[in-house]
Design a protein around this ligand. Structure first.
Ligand code: ATP
Ligand code: MG
Length: 725
């Protein structure tokens, strides 16, 4: 990800085709110049594969060798496709299609449906999660947000491996993987999900690929029409191509061979969906005349990060490992990776949040920091800890910015205002472009002050806030730009799907981090059972986990932190062990002992330095049960146990928080989370000591807000922050 400064959001377009090549090294240039015939780039992380192919396309287009409309670039995530479109646009080749396999297939399916099937294509389900929730509810199964995501991934897995609901339990057993819940239950939810889809006449993303392949196989006339349109194909992250996607690619190509693929077998992380790096590694067998290029210079990461990445891969086994390439860092040296052992998970999250705050204070933008974990369920404790530390964050999955309803509506409102020009009284008082945008958005009930709490309302607010920031960047880059200019820019970006970067620390799973990069990366929860994940049983599955960690390590440009916790909950038994993959790499972990580890001066202890006292288990104040969930621990009672909260006090605290958030121009959760406010309203502290014993109230918050909060708790209206009497 790139920082959202106007210099990177609005860079200069290279003046000539040759100027496009200037940004490449000799091997990358070879890739860019090989514009016909099969091309295969085998290279490690951060060596500029994605850069080489975007420059290749841009060079071809700018030199007049490739027709923009005849090129189809495919990659694996919307985010990556969006990045690619953004980069192409910056290189002056905006007209090229860069899509995921799914979105390319969808477009073709929509276009050819009337001819191939007749009638209207069923509506495409944008998100499965609601339908899965409905299906679960009908099965009388209650799932929280993370469980819903996990069950949804299981359904996706079943579909890409072409497993029908009835076969799911057997397929899971055969695949030697553990389902996140009882397989029979998932199978039932899956069956109902498929049923609901039919009832509501919708199709999902997996159906799109299956149906498109079906049509292209059966209808030669349609296949020919598509082949006439697209002459050149480029595939990023080719190591993760699934058999179904490869089939689609073959159908697109027909008997031609203008195909350029790039990938890194060491980053194969989707074998569980049937993907295999064999297509990448055997490319030359299939295309004997292929130009094969290897890249080894790592432009992304410091020698310290690269050393660790190489060390990790040197222990890898299997086919992908045989093809590994030793990376050579091109960057100046940076800090050593930091290894930290914590007593428990909340301590790990708090320690991570503290480090992140320090980095931000030292000048690293929040948007250049990521916390990466193995499974989505790990996010909550980090969301909580970052919120407590007052650090803005975003969960990954925020792609398709311009397709969000609120962004589309805002676009319509902005267009209307631009058309009305100076005649719109709304804009009378607005002096500059950002002020005009804020004024227009205020008609959509948007205010510069974020709503309290999280959830859909805040997501909506964040999207519109991102639009305002985009307007600010645009106005800075193009002084004197009008609302109409901005609307034109937004249209172009919407067409290019180039979403503005949302500022905030990224929380993402390792899988979702593929292809991306940040200045600082925190790899958390690196214990046996999580990394490798318990359900990785076979050697191949364990190797895939190692590659996943490799993907994580290689996302970092400069700062890399690796941590684990010895027990789940405070006071729990320290039964966990650090990941086996760190053996020989982390300090004091055996014979391979690296210079990196020695130089790092050993493992840091999250509890050392007296910054945080070891805690005993947290018990529910109402029923006495041991608490394990972050939210419950904060409230010091089970979430279901009756609350003795003073509702009036809670409301007064919330009002006060809105006021603070407005003044600080930060989301409300950065002041205190809902859970912390509830805990305050339940316990009604009267002293600094009592207040600071509430989880979420650290020293910094005590200094800043303590007097206010105690005054409100003591019944003194307003608190020190308010201006009114
Ligand atoms: P991954 O395997 O993680 O997908 P990649 O091989 O696709 O990585 P890129 O994302 O293209 O690598 O490049 C990594 C970083 O290095 C980017 O910030 C890119 O701009 C930079 N980079 C690549 N090549 C060069 C170059 N020749 N000169 C300067 N910077 C470069
Ligand atoms: Mg890449």
């Amino acid at each position: 990800m790139t920082a959202a400064t106007h210099s990177t959001l609005f860079p200069q377009v290279p003046e000539t085709a040759d100027a496009v090549l200037d940004g490449l090294d000799p091997e990358q240039r070879e890739v860019a110049r090989a514009l016909s015939g099969p091309v295969c780039v085998l290279a490690g992380a951060g060596t500029g594969k994605t850069r080489a192919i975007t420059h290749r396309i841009a060079y071809g287009v700018r030199a007049g060798i490739l027709q923009p409309a005849s090129v189809l670039a495919v990659t694996f995530t919307n985010r990556a496709a969006g990045e690619m479109r953004g980069r192409l646009r910056q290189l002056g080749a905006g007209g090229v299609q860069a899509r995921t396999f799914h979105s390319a297939a969808l477009r073709q399916l929509q276009f050819f449906w009337p001819k191939a099937v007749g009638g209207d294509m069923p509506r495409l389900l944008e998100r499965k999660i609601q339908l899965v929730a409905d299906a679960a509810a009908r099965c009388r199964v209650r799932l929280d947000r993370n469980e819903l995501r996990d069950v949804t991934s299981e359904i996706e897995w079943a579909k890409v491996t072409q497993t029908v609901p009835a076969d799911y339990p057997a397929a899971v057993a055969k695949s030697v993987r553990d389902a996140p819940r009882d397989p029979a239950e998932i199978s039932q939810i899956y069956a109902l999900y498929e049923q609901l889809k039919r009832d509501r006449s919708v199709i999902d993303f997996e159906d799109v690929l299956l149906l498109t392949v079906g049509i292209l196989q059966d209808r030669h006339d349609i296949a020919e029409q598509i082949r006439r349109q697209y002459q050149h194909f480029v595939v990023d992250e080719y190591q993760d191509v699934s058999p179904l996607q490869q089939r689609l690619l073959d159908l697109w190509l027909g008997d031609r061979d203008n195909l350029c693929v790039v990938g890194d077998a060491s980053q194969t992380i989707y074998s569980f969906t049937g993907a295999t790096p064999d297509h990448l590694l055997n490319f030359r067998n299939r295309h004997p005349n292929a130009t094969v290029v290897k890249l080894v210079r790592d432009y992304r990461s410091t020698p310290q990060v690269v050393h660790l990445a190489n060390g990790l891969l040197s222990q890898a086994r299997g086919r992908a490992a045989e093809h590994r390439l030793e990376l050579i860092s091109q960057r100046d040296p940076g800090p050593e990776p930091v290894y930290t052992e914590y007593a428990d998970e909340p301590a790990e999250a708090e320690g991570t949040a503290r480090r992140i705050r320090d980095l931000i204070a030292a000048g690293v933008p929040a948007g250049e920091i990521a916390v990466l974990y193995r499974i989505n369920a790990q996010s909550e404790v980090y969301e909580q800890a970052l919120a407590d530390a007052g650090v803005p964050y975003q969960l990954r999955g925020a792609e398709r910015f311009f397709e969000r309803q609120e962004v589309r509506e805002a676009g319509i409102a902005l267009r209307g205002a631009a058309r009305a020009g100076g005649n719109d009284s709304l804009l009378d008082d607005a002096e500059d472009l950002p002020a005009q945008v804020r004024a227009v958005l205020s008609t959509k009930n948007w205010s510069p002050q974020p709503p309290t709490g999280s959830g859909a309302a805040r997501d909506r607010w964040e999207s519109l806030a991102a639009l305002v920031r985009l307007a600010e960047d645009f106005a800075r880059a193009k002084p004197g730009a009008t609302l109409s200019d901005l609307v034109a820019e937004l249209d172009e970006r919407a067409a290019a799907q180039h979403a503005p970067t949302v500022q905030g620390v990224t929380l993402a799973s390792l899988h979702a981090a593929k292809g991306l990069e940040w200045d600082a990366v925190f790899l958390v929860g690196l214990t046996e059972g999580m990394m490798p994940i318990t359900y990785a049983k076979t050697d191949e599955q364990v190797e895939e986990e190692r590659r996943l960690l490799y993907v994580g390590v290689t996302r970092a440009r400069v700062h890399l932190s690796l941590s684990w916790a010895l027990s789940r909950a405070p006071g729990g038994r320290a039964s966990r062990r650090p990941s086996r993959f760190l053996k020989g790499l982390r300090p004091g972990s055996g014979s391979l002992g690296s210079a990196t580890a020695a130089a790092a001066g050993g493992i840091e202890r999250g509890l050392a330095g007296g910054r945080r006292k070891p805690r005993g288990p947290v018990l529910c104040r109402v029923c006495g049960a041991t608490l394990t969930e972050a939210g419950a621990m904060k409230l010091m009672r089970c979430e279901d146990c009756p609350s003795d909260m003073d509702e009036g006090l809670y409301e007064r605290l919330r009002d006060w928080r809105s006021e603070q958030a407005r003044e600080l121009a930060q989301p409300a959760y950065c002041v205190f989370t809902d859970k912390t406010l509830m805990a305050i309203a339940e316990r009604v502290p009267t002293t600094d000591g009592e207040l600071s014993s509430i989880s979420g109230v650290g020293i910094r918050k005590l200094d800043r807000f303590g007097a206010d909060v105690l005054a409100i708790c003591a019944g003194e209206e307003g608190g020190a922050g308010g201006d009114e009497v």
